[in-house]
Design a protein around this ligand. Structure first.
Ligand code: SF4
Length: 388
């Protein structure tokens, strides 16, 4: 037992690693191209993997099918994956069941099947509503596709929809960012995630940037877009509850909250991550051939090099890092229950730094909580590094 915490229903993440084509900025574990035979083979393997959990009586209250682009798969594959998850796990009737669905891949027929499969939340990767930006990002859809797919999802009965947006993009002005956000706000989704573009090794954007073929907005503009985004979202009635996430009241992402609350989750599919109080973190193999091989042999396809090596101190650091992503911050009582120690006995050497950040207006500290302020988010990496 690595962490002494009371067991609650867990989450399940299911990874679908296929996309129509690779976006220029993306380093997620996904492959471009639409090879239907491979998609079918992968679906069968995933169903087999899920069946390996049968008989363990694991309770779930969230499921998240992510990718990749899960909505690229034929809808009946998703329905069979959900049937397999429900047969293998005890999924609560009230579970939040999310699927990532990219604009340009949805149809009324597919949406109907997702509803029948028990999916009750969609997460739509809009990224921008500006067609020039979308083409630069290498996305396959237009702003109009997002609007049409969003409205079709409402028509199909989805009353809980997230829309992902990006800012800090090449050639993106504050006006273009505002325009995208306002167009999405007109659709009134229950949840909006907004991410600053990160240049990841091995991506086309990273190469273009290194070769001097692409510029990014200066940091001050990136930060101005971020804070303006929060202001517009709060004015529209959304609560800013995590660094990159806002939700209407009652619509926080219950699955993603498990990551930030240090709750347990299982992972199925290529490269899927998992976390348990007994084993700590581990992830599945990320090579497709070894994934298929391990499933064929009837084994959970866990990468042996990924599991169980964290020290207690590393787990504590991860706990603080994830807790500070939430605007409510770190709950001192939960920290004590989880690690059997007082926060300030573990971090006594960091107290002067914490006080300095507090005086500078970057952190708030009370007897019960430690939290970043909105200004503190701009130097969150530096602050969080104190605890790792
Ligand atoms: S659709 Fe998403 S996962 Fe697929 S390549 Fe683009 S950013 Fe990556």
């Amino acid at each position: 037992m690595k962490i002494n915490r009371e067991k609650k229903p867990a989450g399940l993440y299911i990874h679908i690693p296929f996309c129509w084509k690779k976006c220029a900025y993306c380093d997620f574990l996904s492959f471009g191209g639409s090879d239907e035979a491979l998609q079918k083979r992968y679906t069968e393997a995933l169903i087999r993997e899920l069946s390996l959990y049968q008989g363990k009586h694991i309770k779930l209250d969230t499921v998240f099918i992510g990718g990749g682009t899960p909505s690229l798969l034929p809808a009946d594959h998703i329905e069979r994956i959900m049937e397999a998850a429900e047969a293998a796990f005890c999924v609560a009737d009230t579970a939040e069941v999310t699927m990532e669905a990219n604009p340009g891949t949805l149809t009324a027929e597919k949406l109907k099947v997702y509803r029948r499969a028990g999916i009750n939340r969609l997460s739509m990767g809009a990224q921008s509503m500006d067609d020039g930006m979308l083409s630069l990002l290498g996305r396959i859809h237009t702003g109009r596709d997002l609007t049409e797919n969003f409205l079709a999802a409402r028509e199909a009965g989805f009353s809980n929809i997230n829309v992902d947006l990006m800012f800090g993009l090449p050639k993106q002005s504050g006006q273009v960012w505002r325009g995208s956000l306002k167009q999405v706000l007109e659709l009134s989704p229950e949840h909006i995630s907004f991410y600053s573009l990160q240049l990841e090794e091995g991506t086309e954007f990273c190469r273009m940037y290194r070769d001097g073929k692409m510029d990014l907005p200066p940091v001050e503009e990136d930060r101005a877009m971020y804070h303006e985004g929060i202001r517009l979202l709060e004015e529209a009635g959304y609560e800013h509850y995590e660094i990159s996430n806002c939700a209407k009241p009652g619509f926080v992402s219950r699955h993603n909250m498990k990551y930030w609350n240090f709750d347990e989750y299982y992972g199925a599919g290529l490269g899927a991550h998992a976390f348990s109080y007994d084993q700590g973190r581990c992830c599945n193999v990320s090579d497709l051939d070894s994934y298929f091989e391990q499933i064929r042999e009837g084994r959970l396809p866990v990468d042996p090099s990924s599991s169980g090596e964290e020290t207690r101190q590393e787990l504590i650091g991860e706990y603080v890092f994830t807790a500070l992503r939430k605007m409510e911050g770190l709950d001192m009582a939960d920290f004590r229950r989880t690690f059997g120690a007082d926060f300030f006995s573990v971090y006594k050497d960091q107290l002067p730094a914490i006080q300095e950040y507090e005086e500078a207006g970057y952190l708030t500290l009370t007897d019960t909580r430690l939290a970043l302020t909105e200004a503190g988010i701009d130097c969150s990496n530096e602050i969080m590094a104190e605890f790792l």
